[in-house]
Design a protein around this ligand. Structure first.
Ligand code: ADP
Ligand code: MG
Length: 839
């Protein structure tokens, strides 16, 4: 109660008056003119009043209204950078760099004063006043300085993107700000977002007791006509190319902005469009400049459908089109792209090579070159003499190259930017009148069993589609071309994608947060909270695996809620991009030089239905047999790679009953996991030889132990036949096991190789239910035999051990440098008796 009274007192007396000092800024008059056109300038006074009088403020404004570039300047001029710094976080690297450069330029300050910082890169100095950074960097800073004492104000930009880090930052800042007030050194938090889902922040009383004031900035937006394609062609890159060609050859001037999903696609389209409409430095194009012709709506439709007509792919028509295309293609030889002089684009190294491998993983398949259908555009392309000034834009693009999109195209040329979704809200490109939207974006998709993630191309949300379309109406009325049908828009595109944090496996999230020092995960004020029960269960699972633990008793105060902390093992595990149980296997296998096997194993366990039918083709003995179904998978994957190299993959898969698509997917996953692990885990440098030798006997034994270390909470113990109740059919219990506290028996999968030996103790990857109502049965999938002596050693958190035994006496173990003792004890809540084990 005393505490409450204190809080009330404090809330009544906010310490917020900011001592207004005016900091003189000498701006270039040209910049001042451009600034005055931004709608946010008219709101400066109101915004500053709200900031001075409130700890929290939400600024919701149309993209391009000037939030990111102007608000830091308002703060700077009002003296917020006099004693402490102004922090601005961005979820995208490209925005942190571009915006710091722009704000510095507008303020007439150097990068020493307006700087940026992100992982592996930055230009912050001791004189930095405004610091742009990625959200991950600010989170790291909170871990070493919880009160963020270097800053007077924190701006969380692009909050609508709802990146995991941004969401966690908002939760933390909602608590840090009141703490700073109590210390007498107030901190302001400004949340900036596009005009999307602001309620998630204002209506969440766990996050903010009182909803923060919201200021809305309208931007001058011209009308944009949206056109849908009649049919949805899965080759959206080809469609994008065709649409860009049509716009350029038929429609009046105005920049084109094309949205694709990743860096490779960007480069592909850039190359193709440059080849179609090359720009040459030595040619004077100014003669080509014509007066803008008015264009009728019918012309502007460019073979698309108006917005309100619902249409979709007609299968028959598509079939016929395909056949026609194939015939044409057979007749025509595919033509190579003409060579273009890249020097003319003044960026010699920008030859379509990826600058860096990044999160935007390569997409496959549809990067095919010339095509008969496209050739129908050839006459128009040939007749068009106006060059297209084509520029790439994506998050890992170097600073110099990204800045080019803001400059006007050379006289006579039309600007065309091919971009990933960074141009959706983070970066506003002036002079765009035509938007070409593939409707696709890359999203991380997680496997629910292993937590392995892959980038998948998915439909954008309807909200994103609206944002993208809006980019065409910045300078005048514009047109947005959606390369898919309105039926797809209505039925396939979700209204919004859920925030990243809610699409991620919770075990992983809990571990990530604990590693950041956020202990009370269940009570954390998430903007959109994941299921509490799931969070709690995840904590329990992680504790059972030795990844989290209760701190020693003496540190726990009375009444304090029990808080689980990360163990040293947990720290190591968190570096792996998988569910912690698999991360644990990888962390431990790294110590045993078995990483390539474990990577292959996790990949194989991620892909469903690798084998159809029995595993009779893969006979084994000893530890290799006891490694069980995962062992069969390992050998199958290795052997399939041999066959692949010889060009006999298809035959091989058919012969051994392997699903060819699964093998391909596993190959991709192994590659991806290997590179992610090399990137994210320091000290690890694995190369994967796809044609892995089958594990030998001792490796197979270690792999059995590794599987136990990660799946220790999923152990089965054989039901002895004399345990079976009278009257029950004993035959039904041939492959039956006890499992934890489950009443009913669980069974070895009918295809499991372990049916050959029926081991006493097993671990399994997954439990599932089969059979109809009367034949319902719980079945274990992907089963490995273990030795009960290993349990005390590998999953001690689930064992209940007595005092060390005198006989056999303790001994010094040279290998581990520790004294080892023997114990008697039990395993799990069911209390299964363990053999005497040495730990
Ligand atoms: P918001 O954050 O509200 O989306 P911004 O502050 O990013 O808006 O952009 C405001 C205006 O400043 C836009 O018209 C944009 O084109 C322009 N702008 C931003 N960066 C640059 C730059 N580097 N060069 C030229 N113009 C820029
Ligand atoms: Mg912005």
């Amino acid at each position: 109660d005393k505490k409450k009274a204190e809080e009330v007192k404090i809330e009544k007396k906010p310490l917020l008056e900011h001592n207004t000092v005016h900091v003189e800024v000498k701006r270039d008059p040209k910049i001042q003119v451009a600034r005055l056109k931004l709608p946010i300038l008219g709101e400066e006074q109101r915004i500053m009043e709200l900031i001075n009088e409130n700890e929290f403020l939400i600024v919701a404004g149309e993209t391009g209204s000037g939030k990111t570039t102007q608000i830091p300047q308002f703060l700077y001029e009002a003296g917020y950078a006099e004693h402490k710094m102004i922090a601005v976080t961005e979820p995208r690297r490209v925005a942190a760099v571009a915006m710091s450069a722009r704000v510095g330029y507008e303020l007439g300050l150097s990068s020493k004063e307006v700087s940026y910082l992100m992982r592996f890169e930055g230009n912050v100095t001791k004189d930095t006043k405004i610091k742009f950074m990625t959200d991950g960097v600010l989170l790291k800073e909170i871990q070493s300085d919880f009160l963020l004492s270097k800053y007077s104000v924190v701006i969380i930009d692009e909050a609508h993107e709802r990146s995991v880090y941004t969401d966690i930052l908002l939760g933390l800042l909602s608590r840090i700000v009141p703490l700073r007030r109590k210390r007498g050194s107030p901190l302001r938090l400004i949340i900036m977002s596009a005009t999307l889902r602001v309620e998630d922040f204002t209506e969440n009383t766990r996050l903010f007791k009182q909803p923060p004031p919201v200021i809305k900035i309208d931007s001058r937006q011209f009308p944009v006509t949206t056109h849908f394609n009649k049919n949805t062609n899965s080759d959206y890159l080809k469609e994008a190319y065709k649409k860009a060609v049509k716009i350029h050859t038929r429609l009046p001037e105005g920049g084109i902005l094309i949205f694709v999903t990743g860096q490779q696609e960007v480069h592909y389209l850039v190359r193709k469009l440059r080849a179609a409409f090359p720009y040459r430095k030595d040619v004077d194009y100014t003669k080509l400049i014509t007066k803008t012709k008015p264009v009728s709506d019918a012309d502007a439709a460019l073979d698309s459908e108006p917005e309100d007509i619902e249409s979709d792919d007609d299968e028959v028509e598509k079939e016929m089109k395909r056949a026609r295309k194939a015939r044409k293609k057979a007749k025509q030889k595919s033509k190579a792209l003409p060579k273009i002089n890249l020097d003319d684009y003044d960026m010699p190294e920008d030859d379509g090579q990826a600058d860096l491998v990044d999160d935007e993983e390569d997409s496959e398949g549809h990067l095919s070159d010339s095509d008969a259908e496209e050739d129908s555009l050839a006459p128009a392309i040939k007749a068009c003499r106006q060059p297209l000034w084509v520029l790439p834009l994506y998050s890992m693009l170097s600073q110099g190259k990204q800045a080019r999109v803001f400059a006007p195209a050379p006289a006579g040329a039309r600007l065309c930017v091919v971009s990933t979704d960074v141009a959706e809200t983070s970066i506003t490109i002036p002079a765009v009148r035509y938007v070409v939207d593939t409707g696709k974006k890359k999203m991380r998709v997680y496997d629910h069993l292993t937590g392995a993630s892959a980038w998948r191309v998915v439909w954008t949300s309807q909200a994103s589609a609206a944002q993208r379309a809006g980019r065409a109406g910045r300078v005048s009325s514009g047109h947005a071309y959606r390369l898919y049908s309105s039926a797809v828009f209505q039925h396939e595109c979700p209204e919004q994608h859920p925030p990243d944090l809610c699409r991620r496996p919770v075990d992983d999230l809990v571990l990530t947060m604990k590693c950041m020092g956020i202990d009370k995960v269940v009570n954390f004020p998430f903007p959109t909270a994941p299921d509490r029960m799931q969070l709690r269960l995840a904590e329990k699972r992680l504790e059972a695996l030795g990844i989290l633990e209760k701190p020693p008793m003496k540190n726990i105060k009375k009444d304090e809620e029990e808080v689980l902390k990360v163990t040293p093992l947990g720290k190591a595990v968190s570096a792996f991009p998988l569910l912690p149980r698999y991360g644990k296997m990888l962390a431990l296998s790294h110590q045993q030089d078995l990483l390539p096997y474990t990577i292959a194993l996790v990949s194989a366990l991620t892909v469903p239905e690798l084998m159809s039918g029995k595993s009779d083709s893969w006979p084994a003995t000893g530890n290799v047999l006891l490694l069980g179904d995962p062992g069969v998978m390992l050998r199958a994957v290795g052997a399939a790679e041999y066959a692949f190299v010889k060009g006999e993959e298809e035959l091989f898969c058919a012969k051994y009953g392997l699903r060819e698509k699964a093998i391909k997917e596993i190959r991709k996953l192994r590659k991806q996991l290997t590179s992610e692990i090399n990137l994210s885990v320091s000290g690890v440098d694995v190369t994967v030889d796809p044609q892995m030798q089958p594990p030998n006997d001792s490796q197979a034994r270690l792999l059995r132990q590794l599987l136990l270390s990660g799946l220790g909470d999923q152990v089965g113990k054989k039901i002895a036949l004399d345990e079976v109740k009278q009257g029950e059919d004993k035959r039904k219990f041939k492959y039956a096991y006890h499992c934890g506290e489950l009443e009913e028996p669980v069974h070895l999968h009918s295809d499991s190789i372990l049916r050959k030996t029926i081991p006493e103790w097993v671990v399994f990857q997954e439990l599932y239910e089969t059979g109809g109502e009367d034949r319902r049965k719980m079945v274990m999938r992907n089963v490995t035999a273990i030795e009960p002596e290993w349990l005390a050693m590998l999953v001690p958190h689930l064992c209940n051990l007595g005092d060390p035994l005198d006989d056999p006496p303790p001994r010094y173990d040279e290998k581990s440098g520790r004294v080892k003792c023997h114990f008697k004890g039990t395993f799990g809540k069911a209390g299964w008796e363990l053999p005497t084990s040495e730990v």
